[in-house]
Ligand binder design. Structure first.
Ligand code: KIV
Ligand code: ZN
Length: 515
């Protein structure tokens, strides 16, 4: 039997994923995600779009300089300044790739670019040629390819490959394609682009119709050798093809796809957790592979079948994608070594200092909660990992609240080594009152755009995790907080977002043509 084809995994969590509303990450967080992607085994990391901001440039440059074990890629429009900036950011990479793109569909040509077909071909060719001055590994994307006239698409790709593109990526930019169409499109390109064998065909599918994974798989079946995807499927609008889903589909159905990847699948759940904790974008419970319920069997008939023979209702082993058993693990008397060991099993790497801080939080939690589960430990670790410099931190609160009248709140926060207190009657509930007191103490006004409470584990004493989205001067900031007390968790989440506002400078300017 022929050995399976190896499909390259191109991860764009740090570029297309980071473009999704509320998903922006700071430099340290981007480096952490990049390292996790290397540990996961991705082939190419698209680390950002260097021309868009100083922050994006710095992130690509830092990742290119320090992260080893994957090709580092930077995005650029077919413009000299973009390409030069990407080339500069990637200078220290072990292996660098420049990804140039230009829209080709009639809609984009006419309404966005106001360019005719000849101009598009000329610019695509010039863009690719300029990128070859910086590295040999060049990817070209005809944006909105799936809505581009096929003859023209073939013509642009032929020109780009002749100019030096080693990968040609076929974006379904608006998630309009279907598996049948994607299959036909890739087959046609292989038949009609004369030099196509000199480049790897890639696909980049968006999920507007929920078809991104299916479309990517259809492309692979018809000869695509690279899939562009993101952790947890985050990305513009409905997101991108989800890495964990497409990888596990290839692996579980090798009988159909005859293809494999270099992904170390037990790292899928820890990487998903990391991205979710950093971006604040929760993974839906029933999400395939990495959702909390992905391997939960509730119906009696299913449980009965599972007890008799696992394969009656399970097509993958939970451990193969990184789920560990959620047994009761630790309690009040557990020591640092036991915590370190558990953290390792869950897939986290903690530096000694981080471990110490998590251990202190763990001891505090153990005083309030008898049974500590894996979910609790993961929440404590993630809280430490995504910490922003705490300009203002929570000390204590007291609220007296009766229905029908405004609560009385007393709040203490620490700032610059001093405790600041506010006492007021305000708001229309205890949480609202605490938020108003925080705003008064800090002297800031924000708008709450999203507020969610989740329980980290089961039981009445379960920790509540609050995630929220604040808007300040037109930008969105995420905050998270964990506590067994939901008002305290809310206050911590609110402060976490405000601390982000206080440290992050507004930097990304919208650019035209970005997908
Ligand atoms: O969706 C898209 O077309 C893109 C391109 C830049 C590849 O993200
Ligand atoms: Zn995209």
């Amino acid at each position: 039997m022929e050995s399976p084809r190896v499909i390259k995994i191109f991860d764009t969590t740090l570029r297309d994923g980071e473009q999704s509303p509320g998903a922006s990450m700071n430099l340290a967080e981007k480096k952490e995600v990049a390292q996790a992607l290397v540990d996961l085994g991705v082939d190419i990391i698209e680390a950002g779009f260097p021309i868009t901001s100083e922050g994006d440039f710095e992130a690509v440059q830092e990742i290119a300089t320090h992260v080893r074990g994957a090709t580092i890629c930077g995005l650029a429009r077919c413009r000299e300044a973009d390409i030069d900036r990407a080339g500069e950011a990637l200078r220290n990479a072990e292996r660098a790739r420049i990804h140039v793109f230009l829209a080709t569909s009639a809609i984009h040509r006419e309404f966005k670019l106001r360019m005719d077909k000849d101009e598009i071909v000329r610019r695509a060719v010039e863009g690719v040629k300029r990128a070859t001055q910086y590295c040999d590994d060049i990817e070209f994307s005809p944006e909105d390819a799936s809505r581009t006239e096929i003859d023209f698409l073939c013509q642009v790709l032929e020109g780009a490959i002749d100019a030096g593109a080693t990968t040609v990526n076929i974006p379904d930019t608006v998630g309009y394609g279907t598996p049948e169409q994607m299959s036909q499109l890739i087959r046609t390109l292989r038949e009609r682009v004369p030099n196509i064998d000199r480049a790897v065909i890639s696909v980049h599918c968006h999920n507007d119709l929920g078809l991104a994974v299916a479309n990517s798989l259809a492309a692979v079946q018809n000869g695509a050798g690279q899939i562009e995807c993101t952790i947890n499927g985050i990305g513009e609008r409905a997101g991108n093809c989800s890495l964990e889903e497409v990888v596990m589909a290839l692996r579980t159905r090798q009988d159909i796809y005859h293809a494999t990847t270099g992904i170390h699948t037990p790292r899928l759940v820890p990487t998903s957790r990391l991205v979710s904790s950093i971006t604040g974008i929760q993974v839906q419970r029933n999400k395939a592979i990495v959702g909390k319920n992905a391997f939960a069997h509730e119906a009696g008939i299913h449980q009965d079948g599972m007890l008799k023979e696992r394969s009656t209702y399970e097509i993958m082993l939970p451990a193969d994608v990184g789920w560990t058993k959620t047994d009761l693990v630790l309690g009040k008397h557990s020591g640092r070594a036991a915590l370190a060991d558990r953290a390792k099993t869950l897939g986290y790497h903690l530096e000694a200092e981080q471990l110490q801080r998590v251990f202190e939080d763990f001891k505090q939690l153990a005083d309030r909660k008898k049974e500590i589960y894996d979910g609790d430990i993961a929440a404590l670790i993630e809280q430490q990992m995504r910490e922003v410099p705490e300009s203002w931190s929570f000390v204590s609160y007291r609220v007296t609240s009766t229905s029908g009248s405004s609560p009385e709140v007393e709040l203490s926060l620490e700032h610059g080594g001093e405790v600041h207190q506010a006492k007021m009657t305000c708001g229309d509930g205890p949480i609202d009152a605490v938020f108003l007191a925080v705003e008064k103490l800090i002297g800031i006004e924000v708008t709450c755009r999203d507020f969610q409470v989740h329980s980290v584990t089961l039981g009445k004493d379960a920790q509540g995790e609050v995630s929220m989205e604040l808007e300040y001067q037109g930008r969105t900031y995420l905050g998270r907080g964990v506590s067994t007390d939901s008002v305290e968790a809310s206050c911590k989440a609110f402060l976490n977002a405000i601390n982000r506002i206080l440290v992050m400078r507004p930097e990304t300017q919208p650019v035209e043509e970005t997908a």
